[in-house]
Design a protein around this ligand. Structure first.
Ligand SMILES: Cc1cc2nc3c(=O)[nH]c(=O)nc-3n(C[C@H](O)[C@H](O)[C@H](O)COP(=O)(O)OP(=O)(O)OC[C@H]3O[C@@H](n4cnc5c(N)ncnc54)[C@H](O)[C@@H]3O)c2cc1C
Length: 414
């Protein structure tokens, strides 16, 4: 049998995914495997989840969503998908502070890579993790929470410290969002008013096809508190008169409701609806995080190679992520801007363009998204993470026999 990732550009070496139905069964499995790796929902675009040994999913563990109203937390099985969890939380009067663009991904897999949405004050999804329970390389069950010095090293872990069985996440009271889309933000507004545009509301995304006409669409996700007035014309962009898909040729029926109709957080923060294919479904993705203040310069650095980018691109998205203290988080220690690229599904055609993008962004110390395609020099990636040596010590302590190592982590972490 062949097991692939969601994008089908990675065929995993393991011919099957094992699904233990209890934590004890998982512990026995880990302890008996020379090499093992957890697979979430397989939405990463590279070999991060691959292993020469056993591929294991925690989706077979008994589902759990225990809300602690007093502490405002929820304890969930790591295999839970955000879309499913969100419905339960909203019904109980709670919300997560932010979500990625799609609700289909598992909580465990998303936090493992530092998956993020957008918003000046919004950290990536791993910043909502208050505790995690994992089966380590010795087969032991370990709980790490924020009182533990090792916790900042473990919240974004790339699957290298163990198999996470459960996570406890911080909650906020449920809230409503109004989503507006603007067409045609001139490039000059990106260069001149970047902060004003990106900070105008709770979460803002810029979509561009690098066609030379600036930003194609601005998606504004506004809460009552941020006071976004939704003018018809804004920084030279026009309020859209009908729903949009970020990829102009695709149907907006895949997307969450727009045109200022108020709705619960989980039906507005992701761009895509749980019951539809997210994005285009036939694609590769790359993304680079840089210090937020370098956004206008990074944008300007890409403009000269726009004619190279556009032919192999479906759409590009620019978002912001708040700084955090998680050692392997792409937003570690710096408020960040993230430049994302949804490429056509042709790795050979994309490779030279990706290299040109990486070269153009190199002056801004880019950190690649751990779950997307990149070709940066491993030494450059390692140098961007000052706490990597501490992470490697933590990994040596929790996985002394290297069960969770794979060629990808050997290359980028050592
Ligand atoms: C259409 C699409 C849209 C996307 N949009 C966004 C976005 O808006 N923002 C963003 O940041 N990213 C985005 N991504 C990337 C995606 O969110 C990340 O790659 C994420 O890590 C995928 O989660 P997953 O559950 O599929 O994990 P997988 O890809 O299955 O695994 C990722 C890593 O997590 C580890 N892992 C998974 N489960 C466990 C576990 N239980 N215990 C230990 N380790 C585990 C794996 O070993 C691997 O190292 C998108 C991807 C797609 C396909």
């Amino acid at each position: 049998m062949t097991v692939t990732n969601w994008a089908r550009n990675v065929v995993f070496q393991a011919g099957q995914v094992r699904r233990p139905s209890s934590v004890d069964e998982l512990r026995t499995m880990v302890a008996g495997s020379a090499r093992v790796r957890a697979l979430g929902t397989g939405h990463s675009f590279n070999e991060l989840a691959d292993t020469e040994g056993e591929l294991v999913s925690v989706a077979g563990l008994p589902p759990v969503a225990e809300i602690d109203r007093e502490a405002a937390t929820v304890r969930v099985t790591a295999g839970t998908r955000y879309g499913e969890l969100a419905t339960t939380l909203h019904a109980a009067g709670f919300a997560l502070p932010n979500l990625g663009s799609l609700p289909h991904i598992s909580v465990g897999g998303a936090c493992a890579t530092g998956t993020h949405g957008s918003g000046r004050r919004n950290g990536n999804l791993a910043t909502a993790v208050a505790a995690l329970e994992l089966v380590t390389g010795t087969g032991d069950l370990l709980t790490l929470d924020r009182t533990d010095d090792r916790f900042p090293g473990a919240a974004v872990h790339l699957g290298s410290l163990g198999v996470v069985t459960h996570l406890t996440l911080d909650l906020v009271p449920t809230f409503e969002i109004r989503q507006y889309v603007y067409d045609g933000l001139p490039a000059a507004s990106v260069r001149g008013c970047f902060d004003e545009v990106l900070d105008a509301a709770y979460s803002v995304s810029l979509f561009t096809s690098w066609s030379g006409r600036g930003i194609d669409q601005v998606w504004v996700k506004s809460t009552d508190g941020d006071g976004f007035a939704a003018p018809a014309r804004w920084h030279g962009a026009e309020l859209a008169d009908s729903p949009r898909h970020p990829i102009g040729s695709m149907s907006p029926v895949h997307c969450t409701a727009q045109q200022g109709v108020a709705g619960p957080w989980h039906e507005r923060l992701p761009h895509f609806r749980l019951d539809f294919t997210p994005s285009s479904g036939d694609e590769l993705q790359s993304e680079f995080f840089m210090p937020r203040e370098s956004a206008p310069a990074a944008y300007a650095a890409l403009e000269p190679i726009a004619p190279l980018i556009a032919p192999v691109l479906q759409i590009s998205e620019i978002r912001t992520v708040a700084a955090d203290d998680l050692w392997l988080s792409p937003a570690y220690g710096r408020d960040s801007v993230a430049f994302h690229f949804t490429w056509i599904a042709d790795a050979a055609a994309v490779a030279p363009v990706l290299a040109a993008v990486e070269q153009a962004l190199s002056p801004f110390t880019p950190r690649p998204h751990w779950g997307k395609v990149f070709s940066l020099d491993p030494a450059q990636v390692r140098a961007a993470y000052p706490r990597l040596p501490d992470f490697l010590d933590l990994r040596a302590a929790l996985d002394p026999q290297g069960r969770f190592r794979n060629p990808f982590t050997d290359r980028y972490l050592h």
